[in-house]
Design a protein around this ligand. Structure first.
Ligand SMILES: Nc1ncnc2c1ncn2[C@@H]1O[C@H](COP(=O)(O)OP(=O)(O)OP(=O)(O)O)[C@@H](O)[C@H]1O
Length: 692
């Protein structure tokens, strides 16, 4: 089907479910009539009100096709094929059902908490009917009502412009093009408070948020539901780890050695963790020793537990304020993350690990009723998981006092410190009552850590912080088989359908550049009888929750997403990521493809490279692919060569490590280890040279 026909096709619904109404003039047209513009002409195009759309979903059965093959990571370049094909019947067509009364209802709202599946279609369907009782994997998809200033939209805005650093497309100028974030900070006077009052405008200026997210299931099975580690989990042991800084505490090799408290140890076992991942081996003792930490480890390698476990252990050891109803709560730990769904996921992990202890974790995020956040906190709060906007709001309303904060965690820290959230984070640490960096422990985690961001991070960390870099390579997980195809803008849709049909019933995330395009592509795929849903900043919260849940439980095996879903999401059985549009930065690419190949499982990523718009990525992409021992197409090398930037070093990617410690002059040691050895037992000598 040609591009020209496509819109006409799409506005003719095939099923009774309602479909988005697309208005041609809302999109900038290319010269040849293509309705997509890679970069929105203006933010009004992007943000002219929530689209309030849904897609209709169709009964579908995919024909089996060829497998893209599956790389056995860590073992040379040899490839082997895995057959993951097979037809699937996703089940009944459905539209958006929402959550009446904010309750999960059997057979309908299954999606939100997501049945815990192995991706088998029939199981998925039956689990759906169970209404979410089959457990869930963290991550409620908490999304807002499309308020223009929500962090969700900020996330997309930054994505469009590539953040502060790294290769990116030229950004259009002018107000509201998504280039410059609307500051949350108001006037800047009384900066911490103006941030609180002016920042989270979704609560104070925008439409009133009435949404109260349903409480997560409370039964133990749901709390401890987990998926299996993959065949490559044991290969984590051979990954190189570098710890730099003074007086590095030795790594712990086992959970027993970590000597966490008994309840915690029991919870770890219930969660199915038997063996530490490298980032956990090295980070846990650092946090237990009271040190500040910046940790960089590949996607899906267990960073969340690497900070939660030692923090909870310390809290149990040192004692905490008993939970009791109070209007002003003073948490001992604050964890911030850039998106609502991610912070929910972290909260669920915190709740899991603190199960049966006196530690109470609470999550608050934008797009939900403010009063609900207040009520959650008032019941007691030791660990506060929050998105930045809502956090500043709640601090501004004096529902949270900061005096007791001992731990401040920035997950996806590079994102939290870039121009999108950096100012807010600075306000947070300068809020009245917030202990100085000398008096608190600050922990930062990410799979990517650009040098510039590391320098900014210094403001938050004690000078003697430790830097843990868990190898290979440029942050791209080697368990993901990466393929880059040269596909022009107008051939992408056809290629997408071809690719999806060839992959059978694999759970697939398709990343596109804009929210509008996510709607287009999702609807297009539905027209092609591929059961699809979408997640992006213009969808209502209920829709997003439904979408994420439907994807999690396998009801909709294809999720079209903007980069807002690129970081942190841990969804079982995502076997395949497709970059319909490549992101503007290589770091974002690393995060996106990291939605698959998690925790020792293998996955595949296919990226459509449009030479018209993606040339700037050729060079870093070649670097990422070759570092991860992936095939590099000759045409890509040629483009990279033709766009060669003298002096381009790939930044930290010249190292075998995902990121390197940018501190050049510290006198401390670094230790270079494989993850199976503690620092003191390392078989390799320390490579101090490269760090001084
Ligand atoms: N030691 C372990 N044993 C078994 N499973 C684990 C272990 N550590 C973490 N996991 C599981 O691995 C998955 C990925 O962990 P997590 O989400 O913390 O990764 P991450 O490094 O934060 O990824 P990302 O960079 O994408 O945010 C989760 O399902 C988690 O429960």
């Amino acid at each position: 089907m040609g591009d020209e026909d496509w819109e006409a096709e799409i506005i003719t619904p095939h099923l009774s479910s309602y479909v988005p109404v697309f208005e041609k003039d809302r999109y900038s047209s290319g010269a040849n009539g293509d309705t997509f513009s890679k970069t929105p002409a203006s933010s009004s195009e992007m943000d002219d009100g929530p689209s309030r759309r849904d897609h209709h979903f169709m009964r579908s059965r995919f024909a089996s096709g060829r497998s893209l093959g599956n790389r056995d990571a860590g073992e040379s370049n040899k490839r082997e094929s895995t057959s993951t094909m097979g037809g699937f019947a996703v089940g009944k067509g459905f539209g958006n059902r929402g959550f009446p009364s904010n309750k999960l209802e059997d057979g309908d709202g299954a999606g939100f908490w997501g049945g815990f599946q192995d991706g088998n279609a029939s199981e998925a369907s039956s689990s759906s009917r169970r209404g979410g009782k089959g457990g869930f994997r963290g991550g409620r998809g908490g999304f807002g009502l499309g308020s223009p200033n929500s962090e969700y939209e900020q996330d997309e805005g930054t994505q469009r412009t590539g953040g502060l650093f790294g290769p990116r497309r030229p950004a259009p100028s002018g107000p509201g093009n998504g280039d410059v974030y609307p500051s949350r900070s108001g006037s800047g006077r009384d900066s911490w408070k103006s941030g609180a009052e002016g920042a989270e405008s979704e609560d104070t200026q925008g439409p009133k948020m009435t949404y109260v997210p349903p409480a997560p299931p409370e039964d133990e099975d749901s709390i401890f539901a987990h998926y299996q580690t993959g065949i490559n989990f044991d290969k984590y042991d051979s990954i190189l780890v570098e710890v730099s800084g003074h007086d590095v505490p030795p790594a712990v090799l086992t959970f027993e050695e970590a000597n966490l408290c008994q309840t915690l140890t029991s919870n770890i076992a219930k969660a199915g963790y038997t063996k530490l991942t490298p980032v956990q081996k090295y980070s846990i003792p650092v946090v237990l020793a009271g040190r500040d930490l910046m940790a960089c480890a590949q996607t899906g390698s267990g960073k969340t537990a690497a900070f939660l476990l030692p923090i909870l252990a310390n809290m149990m050891r040192d004692g905490i304020t008993a939970s009791r109803f109070r209007e002003l709560q003073e948490p001992e730990c604050i964890i911030v993350a850039p998106t609502r769904e991610l912070i929910n996921q972290i909260y669920l992990e915190a709740r899991k690990f603190s199960f049966g202890t006196c530690v109470r974790a609470v999550v608050i995020y934008g797009g939900t009723q403010f009063g609900h956040s207040v009520r959650q906190i008032a019941q007691g709060c030791n660990v506060l998981c929050a998105t930045p906007g809502r956090l500043m709001d709640i601090i501004g309303k004096e529902k949270i006092g900061l005096r007791q904060v001992r731990y401040l965690v920035l997950d996806e820290a590079d994102r939290m410190l870039d121009m999108g959230f950096g100012p807010e984070m600075k306000k947070l640490i300068s809020c009245p009552g917030m202990p100085s960096k000398e008096q608190r422990q600050t922990l930062m985690f990410s799979a990517t850590f650009p040098e510039e961001i590391q320098r900014l991070a210094g403001e938050f960390l004690k000078p003697d912080y430790l830097f843990v870099a868990v190898g290979q390579v440029g942050g791209a997980c080697t368990d993901v088989q990466q393929t880059v195809l040269q596909v022009g803008q107008y051939a992408k849709r056809e290629k997408l359908v071809e690719t999806l049909r060839s992959t059978g019933d694999e759970r697939t995330m398709v990343f596109v550049e804009t929210k509008k395009k996510a709607d287009f592509i999702a609807t297009f795929l539905c027209q092609e009888k591929i059961s699809t849903t979408s997640i992006h900043g213009d969808r209502e919260q209920r829709e997003r929750e439904q979408a994420l849940g439907d994807f999690r439980c396998g009801k909709c095996p294809v999720l079209v997403a903007t980069s807002v879903a690129a970081r942190g999401l841990d969804i079982e059985n995502v076997q395949h990521v497709i970059n319909f549009d490549l992101p503007s930065t290589i770091d974002e690419y690393v995060h996106r493809i990291g939605r698959t190949g998690r925790c020792g499982n293998t996955g595949r990523a296919v990226s459509f490279f449009d030479p018209e718009s993606d040339r700037h990525l050729a060079q870093p992409l070649v670097k990422i692919l070759s570092d991860a021992q992936q095939d590099v197409p000759a045409w890509l090398e040629e483009i990279a060569f033709s766009t060669y930037v003298p002096g381009f070093s790939g930044g930290p990617r010249d190292s075998v490590f995902a990121s390197v410690d940018t501190r050049k002059n510290y006198q401390g040691k670094s230790t270079l280890n494989t993850a199976g050895f503690s620092a003191s037992q390392a078989p390799n000598p320390a490579d101090d040279e490269s760090w001084d």
